[in-house]
Design a protein around this ligand. Structure first.
Ligand SMILES: [Zn+2]
Ligand SMILES: [Zn+2]
Length: 448
């Protein structure tokens, strides 16, 4: 199966022509221009055809003369540009074209079909399965659509070579029924919408950077997405961050430029980003480091959260902080409360996912237990060596959080200075054996 993405943008594209935001500015400067989302399969099956799509095909070196099948997801105007049928007529194309779409979309197309055009309209509703031109297509229920545009569907397309694609835009979080309908699909490629980026209060039937990884997690849990699935985010709007590729990589997803050709089973899969084995997330207080570390694992089904905080009986403010962290963690994560992080790291198996939050509380706990605040670091150094050895040896994919404490004024007390210096040494030792190190500043990750 050859898949060419004729567009990867939202209705208004990214950049939005009318917008002066930083994201649109960066897209303009770098020349990464995204138009309405559409996919051309094997040069003869087209999914979605917004008004920009025919011209986009030309710009990206594709021809639409060979199209025999057109699948349209729903009636929003960025997915249906009926004038394409008139352009096809002007080109004298007399060969048949089969169009599969929900009823309301077919109503939009009818006035644009000439009396002698061999265009055949087939109404589609979620759950329908049909064969067309060597493909087998299953329509799935999208979480999208309303009384004004009618039903919205997604398409699960299998080519004659067995390659299988999920075209999943536009939709909000999928229903359990739709997830169940693709169980064990082991798609070769999933084109999954991610319209709204970090703008989470959009109140629309679309995905964003909070719901996208969770959608991916659910698709993984049922075997629809596997380690060899190429997951490409589409329907991207200017609400997305400039460094979107970096945000998607830990979830095993990526972005590609408009016009990109995915050849399933070869280059597409080779290009998949591999999640780093050991990631250290540093930052000051309230820099967003815990939230960022958690987001790196948001697309994973099983995560073990290692809480290193020593118990602090009678400290209400502390209890409130711990409770806030706990409510943010997904229910399907497992929490282990321990000061013995080294043993957890060493006991973990390949494929386990661990989040350690954090090495600063761990160090506090170890120094408390060893009575080291007066300055005898013999026991502490042993513990640090043991932790660093375990960090280096662990089979697990692990993300750890630690505080960057060296940037304020010199602490007034000897114990404060001792802690600052020991924390600095610990961070440097862990960073030396990390595959990825990030410093959080003002909620933004800075790769080191
Ligand atoms: Zn759309
Ligand atoms: Zn839509």
């Amino acid at each position: 199966m050859k898949v060419q993405l004729l567009g990867t943008g939202s209705a208004d594209g990214w950049p939005n022509a009318f917008c002066t935001c930083a994201s649109c500015g960066a897209a303009r400067t770098s020349g990464v221009i995204r138009g309405q989302t559409s996919a051309l399969i094997d040069d003869r099956l087209l999914i979605d055809c917004g008004p920009e799509v025919p011209a986009a095909a030309t710009r990206h070196g594709a021809e639409l003369s060979g199209i025999r099948t057109l699948l349209i997801t729903h009636g929003h105007p960025d997915h249906v540009g009926p004038a394409a049928l008139l352009f096809r007529h002007w080109a004298g194309r007399g060969d048949p074209l089969d169009v599969y779409a929900p009823d309301a979309v077919l109503d939009q197309l009818r006035p644009w079909i000439g009396p002698d055009d061999a265009v055949h309209l087939h109404p589609v509703t979620a759950g329908d399965r049909f064969a067309c031109d060597g493909f087998v297509v299953q329509a799935l229920a999208a979480t999208h659509g309303d009384a004004t545009i009618g039903e919205a569907v997604l398409f699960d397309v299998t080519a004659s070579d067995g390659a299988r694609l999920l075209y999943a835009t536009d939709t909000g979080p999928l229903s359990d029924a739709t997830i169940a309908a693709v169980a064990d699909a082991a798609f070769d490629v999933v084109l999954l919408e991610e319209t709204f980026g970090d703008f989470l209060e959009h109140g629309t039937q679309h995905l964003d950077l909070a719901t996208f990884p969770d959608q991916l997690r659910r698709l993984r849990a049922v075997g629809a997405v596997t380690d060899s699935t190429d997951v490409v985010a589409v329907h991207l709007s200017h609400h997305n961050p400039v460094d979107l590729y970096r945000r998607l990589a830990p979830w095993g997803a990526r972005v590609v430029a408009d016009g990109t050709v995915l050849r399933l089973g070869s280059s597409a899969v080779d290009a998949r980003p591999a999640a780093p084995h050991r990631t250290l997330v540093l930052g000051g207080a309230r820099s967003g480091k815990s939230r960022y570390a958690e987001s790196l694992l948001a697309a994973a089904e099983h995560v073990t959260y290692i809480a290193t905080a020593p118990p602090r009986p009678g400290d209400d403010e502390w209890a409130a902080r711990v409770a806030e962290h706990r409510t943010r963690r997904p229910d399907h994560w497992t929490t282990v409360e321990t000061g013995d992080v080294a043993t957890v790291l060493l006991d973990a198996s390949r494929g386990d996912l661990l989040l350690v939050d954090c090495f600063t509380l761990w160090l506090t706990r170890v120094m408390d237990d060893a009575g080291a605040w007066s300055g005898d670091l013999t026991l502490i150094d042993k513990q640090i060596d043991r932790l660093v050895d375990a960090w280096r040896a662990t089979q697990a994919q692990v993300v750890a959080v630690s505080n960057e404490v060296g940037q304020g004024v010199v602490p007034a007390t000897p114990s404060g200075r001792l802690f600052r210096d020991t924390q600095g040494r610990l961070n440097a030792a862990i960073a030396r054996d990390s595959d990825d190190v990030v410093l959080m500043v003002a909620g933004r990750p800075v790769p080191l």
